[in-house]
Design a protein around this ligand. Structure first.
Ligand code: HEM
Length: 473
């Protein structure tokens, strides 16, 4: 005898609730809907039974108590194609390959030792960004911080992954192609394919050009990865100081010759590029936007960083452990603006019962981090930006606190969080240390309009005036 499904809005025959979804602002829309239907909410997206989870208590049920039930990913058209038939880590199904690959990559790519080995890359790139902003600030120009930070994280990830900046490719076109490809990939990931929800209507994806576009982007990405791999195999990078991630992946492929193909290597490169670039950039930008709108918090952070660093001229990674308020600001920004607001989708591997409701096998599961970060049972004044709430609290990046899940948790939690969090803290602390920031003339408040894709960006670029402080920091 089965139990009822979790409650949810009534839908139409065939379409279910698909026609009701506001895809332009999905996480907020689902959050509002959860206030009517509860923390476990059922939707039917065409043929696909879907569960939306919106509270810390229920997130814990999924990510801890029943992690083994919910630790696989759904097979979706865009995901599958761009991950070489799920031969990556992030979109791979839960199986022996994923377990081995995740273990190997955690050890060789994402461990603390590995992240520390790229410290000089992060510091050089952050200092370079600050230097460029200083040149602009001497002319009192408005700085496009969104662009500066996006270039920063692309440079860091590109150097960590391939050993050089996107703009250093022999063919000048490669530099621009890199960021264009990232954007196109993001769009294709979030795209709606009919075949994922109505198996008999896949022909519509061909008719409306979605499949041709997906194939084209896949081909472009594949050529790009192949060039990078060939270059590494031919060792044609002069003055290389250390192994980058592609070198490490190629060595791993040689060690595991029978199990790993170049498609696996390309799948993991895709994860590093997409997982590492926009997430960190977007976190820095949301944090800065919130700080500018909350001048007291900005002042506190500025004082903390400048007192700790003095007249050294820059914040380096040895300084970060002293900066508690900085960490609190980053956590508070990620609580209010988790850059992957619905994490990455999961699927139930077997039937289970949650909160007295039936969750059938193969249910598509969205964990709404946007809603969990606003769960009134866990957060007082949830809509307010108050970094102080994290001072002295036990909430850690590792994701064992289910009221704060911007990096996910459990078996599928983000393995790149150390690299991501260090990049964000280093960038933000230097931005605040090196300049006094003001809104451009005529602006009273920074808007917080967001884009909705897999990664949630600030829609309008963050434009600010940077002033070099009197004390000459
Ligand atoms: C501020 C920075 C970052 C944020 C907020 C973030 C967030 C996330 C989230 C929410 C997930 C899904 C977790 C889940 O399903 O439970 C994830 C997965 C993942 N992230 Fe990150 N991430 C960041 C940085 C990075 C970096 C720098 C890398 C690598 C260079 C990375 C690589 C990955 C990978 C490979 C996965 C898939 C894990 C799996 O399915 O086993 N992330 N990340």
């Amino acid at each position: 005898k089965t139990r009822p499904l979790p409650p949810g809005p009534p839908g139409l025959p065939i379409f279910g609730n698909l026609h009701q979804l506001d895809l332009s602002d999905l996480s907020s829309y689902l959050y509002r809907l959860s206030k009517t239907y509860g923390a476990l909410m059922s939707l039917r997206l065409g043929n696909v039974q879907t569960l939306v989870v919106s509270s810390a208590e229920m997130a814990k049920e999924i990510l801890k108590t029943n992690d083994l039930v919910f630790c696989t990913r759904p097979i979706l058209t865009g995901f599958r194609k761009l991950s070489y038939d799920n031969k990556d880590i992030a979109l791979s199904l839960y199986n022996e390959y994923w377990r081995q690959m995740r273990k190997i990559c955690t050890l060789h790519l994402f461990s603390m030792k590995q992240v520390n080995s790229f410290r000089s890359v992060r510091e050089e790139e952050v200092f370079d960004m600050i230097y460029k902003i200083k040149t602009q600030s001497s002319t009192k120009q408005v700085v496009d911080l969104s662009e500066a930070v996006m270039v920063l994280t692309s440079n860091i990830i590109s150097r960590v992954a391939f050993g050089k900046r996107p703009s250093e490719y022999k063919n000048r076109k490669e530099g621009t192609r890199f960021s264009e490809l990232m954007l196109e990939c993001q769009e294709v990931f979030g795209h709606f394919y009919y075949r994922d929800h109505f198996p008999l209507m896949g022909w519509l994806d061909k008719l409306n050009g979605s499949i041709a576009r997906l194939e084209k982007i896949f081909k472009d990405m594949d050529e790009f990865y192949q060039e990078v791999i060939d270059e590494h195999l031919n060792q044609s990078q002069p003055n290389k100081r250390q192994d980058d991630m592609v070198d490490i992946l190629i060595k791993l492929k040689q060690d595991y010759a029978n199990d790993l193909t170049f498609d696996h290597v390309k799948g993991v490169i895709m994860n590093i590029l997409l997982g590492g670039t926009e997430t960190s950039a977007s976190t820095v930008i949301w944090a800065m936007a919130l700080l500018i709108n909350n001048p007291n918090s900005l002042m506190k952070l500025k004082q903390e960083v400048r007192n700790a660093v003095g007249n050294k001229g820059k914040v380096d990674e040895d300084d970060l452990y002293k900066l508690d308020y900085l960490k609190a600001v980053v956590k508070e920004a990620l609580r209010l603006y988790p850059v992957l607001p619905l994490l990455l989708p999961r699927e139930s591997r077997e039937r289970c019962v949650l909160g007295g409701y039936e969750i059938p096998k193969n249910t598509l599961v969205y964990l709404n981090a946007w809603a969990v970060g606003r769960d009134p049972k866990c957060w007082e004044r949830p809509e307010e930006f108050e970094p102080e709430r994290f001072l002295g609290s036990n909430v850690e990046y590792k994701g064992v606190d289910f009221e704060w899940i911007p990096f996910g948790s459990g078996r599928r939690g983000c393995p790149g969080l150390l690299l991501g969090a260090t990049t964000v803290e280093l960038a933000l602390s230097n931005i605040v240390y090196s300049f006094d920031w003001e809104m451009p003339k005529g602006t009273n408040v920074i808007d917080t309009v967001k884009t909705e894709g897999t990664v949630m960006h600030k829609k309008n670029a963050l434009q600010l005036v940077a002033l070099v402080p009197d004390n000459g920091c």
